[in-house]
Ligand binder design. Structure first.
Ligand code: ATP
Ligand code: MG
Length: 419
C-alpha cells in the first residue's frame, strides 16, 4: 500500500479484469465501424458553458454533477460529463456539417460526474458513443438502435430491454409541456421540484422518488399530444425496428436526463443491475446545434456505459473469449542462455507468436512455475549443455513431454506446435 488511493467514486482497471473492459469497449464500437461511423476524439475538458447550454441548466448533470474549474488564465472549464455536446461542438468548429450529411461519428472515452458513488455509479466512468448529425430520417434512428442492440448481443448479453418513446418536436412539445405544467403545479412537491416544473417539467417525470412517482400516475403523456408528423415518424421507427427483429417496449414516461432530446428517445436497461439499470441510452436532438449557436442540424445519437455493460455481463454470467496470454514461455538457465533465448523470444513475437520470458534470473523450479501459471502451451528451456550442442528443449506444458530441437529451427518447430 502507498499513502495514496484512487479518489472516491473511481477505480483502477487492472489485469485480468482490464482485458474484459477493453473487449467490451471494442465490441460496443465494432458494429459502428461496419456502418460507416468515423472515429472522433475531443478534449477531456471544455468550456463549462458548452455543457450548461448543451446539456441544460436544469439537469442534475449541470446543477450537481459537473466538475468545474477555473484555470490560471481565468477560463471556466468543466471535465466532460457526457459526449454529445463536445462532438457536436467539434463538428461545427471543423465544418463537418458542410460536407455530405449525415456526418456519422463514434467516440470512446472517460466521463466525469460528481455523483453519489455506488455499484454501477462512479465519478469517473467510460462510454462508447455514436452521433449521426444532419439528417432527419427515421431510418437513421432505427439504425442506431439496431447497432446498439447488435453490439450488446455480440457480447452475449441477453437480459436487456429497449425502452422507446417519442418526445415530440417544436410543434407539439410546447402544448404538451403546458398541459404537464398545469398538472404538476397542483401536486404536493418540494421547492426544488416546483422550480423544475417551470424550467423543464418533463424532467419531473424522471424523478426516481416514490413519493413523486405516486403522484404522477395520472399525468398527461406526450404520446397523447404528438402531432401528426411526430406520430408518423415514430411509427416508422417502430416498424423498422420490428422488421429488423429488434424487440422494444413502448414507455410513454421515458424522458431521459438531458434537456435537448426531441422525438425518438430510448434507453437500454438491464434487469440484473439493481437500481443502476440503464446500460445505455440516447435519442434525437434536433435543437441542440442551434442552442450551441450552430445552424439547424437535426441529429440522433446514443451513449453506452462500458462499466455497467461489464457489470451486466457478470450478472448474466457471460464469460468473454479474451485475447489469450503467451503461447510460449522461455526459461533460460545461465547468462549466455539468457541472451540467446531472448533473441528467440523476440523472433517469435515478430512472427506473431505471443511469447514471454523468465525475467530476473529465476532458477529452473521457479521459472517453470511461472511458465505453468502463464497459461502458455509450451516452454523453451535452454541450459548450458544444450546451448553448447546448439539445442533447445521444447516442453509441452500440457502433456509434460519434452524434446530437443536445433536452435536454428526452434521458431519453425514452435509455430508447428502452437499454430
Ligand atoms: P442514470 O439515469 O443511471 O443516471 P444517465 O441518464 O445519467 O443514467 P446517460 O447520461 O444517458 O446516463 O449516459 C449513458 C450511459 O452511461 C448510461 O446508460 C450508463 O450506462 C452510463 N453512465 C452514466 N452515468 C454513469 C456513472 N456515474 N457511472 C457509470 N456509468 C454511468
Ligand atoms: Mg445520471
Amino acid at each position: 500500500m502507498s499513502t495514496f488511493s484512487a479518489p472516491k467514486g473511481t477505480y483502477d482497471l487492472i489485469p485480468p479484469d482490464s482485458a474484459e473492459f477493453l473487449a467490451v469497449r471494442e465490441a460496443l464500437a465494432a458494429p459502428l465501424l461496419r456502418a460507416g461511423y468515423g472515429y472522433v476524439e475531443t478534449p477531456g475538458f471544455e468550456q463549462a458553458e458548452l455543457f450548461s447550454r448543451g446539456v441544460g441548466e436544469s439537469t442534475d448533470i449541470v446543477t450537481k454533477e459537473m466538475y468545474t474549474l477555473t484555470t490560471k488564465g481565468g477560463d471556466q472549464l468543466a471535465l466532460r460529463p457526457e459526449g454529445t455536446a463536445s462532438v457536436l461542438r467539434a463538428a461545427l468548429q471543423r465544418n463537418l456539417h458542410r460536407s455530405a450529411l449525415p456526418v456519422k461519428l463514434w467516440y470512446s472515452g472517460s466521463y466525469y460526474r460528481y455523483e453519489r458513488p455506488q455499484a454501477g455509479r462512479y465519478r469517473h466512468f467510460s462510454q462508447v458513443g455514436a452521433e449521426a448529425l444532419g439528417a432527419e430520417d427515421p431510418v437513421l434512428d432505427a439504425e442506431l438502435i439496431i447497432l446498439a442492440d447488435d453490439a450488446y448481443r455480440s457480447l452475449g448479453l441477453r437480459e436487456f430491454r429497449i425502452l422507446l418513446n417519442s418526445l415530440g418536436d417544436k410543434e407539439c412539445r410546447p402544448v404538451y409541456r403546458a398541459a404537464l405544467q398545469e398538472y404538476l403545479r397542483r401536486l404536493d412537491l418540494d421547492e426544488d421540484t416546483r422550480r423544475r416544473i417551470e424550467i423543464n417539467p418533463l424532467r419531473v417525470l424522471d424523478d426516481k422518488r416514490d413519493s413523486v412517482q405516486r403522484q404522477l400516475a395520472d399525468a398527461p403523456l406526450m404520446r397523447d399530444h404528438l402531432c401528426e408528423a411526430c406520430k408518423a415518424y415514430h411509427e416508422q421507427v417502430r416498424e423498422l425496428l420490428g422488421a429488423a427483429g429488434v424487440a422494444f417496449e413502448d414507455d410513454p414516461r421515458l424522458v431521459r436526463g438531458l434537456d435537448y432530446y426531441t422525438r425518438t428517445t430510448f434507453e437500454f436497461v438491464h434487469d440484473g443491475l439493481g437500481s443502476q439499470s440503464a446500460v445505455g441510452g440516447g435519442g434525437r436532438y434536433d435543437g441542440l446545434s442551434e442552442m450551441l449557436g450552430g445552424p439547424e442540424l437535426p441529429s440522433v445519437g446514443w451513449a453506452l456505459g462500458v462499466d455497467r455493460t461489464v457489470l451486466a455481463l457478470r450478472a448474466e454470467g457471460v464469460r468473454l473469449d479474451l485475447a489469450p496470454g503467451p503461447r510460449v514461455y522461455a526459461v533460460p538457465l545461465g547468462e549466455e542462455a539468457r541472451r540467446v533465448l531472448f533473441g528467440v523470444v523476440t523472433e517469435l513475437r515478430r512472427e506473431g507468436i505471443a511469447a514471454d520470458f523468465a525475467f530476473g534470473g529465476k532458477g529452473l523450479k521457479n521459472a517453470m512455475k511461472s511458465a505453468n501459471r502463464s497459461g502458455a502451451r509450451c516452454a523453451l528451456v535452454l541450459g548450458e549443455r544444450d546451448l553448447a550442442e546448439g539445442l533447445v528443449q521444447v516442453k509441452d506444458l500440457e502433456s509434460g513431454e519434452q524434446s530437443p530441437v536445433p536452435l536454428d529451427r526452434v521458431v519453425t518447430a514452435v509455430r508447428a506446435k502452437v499454430g
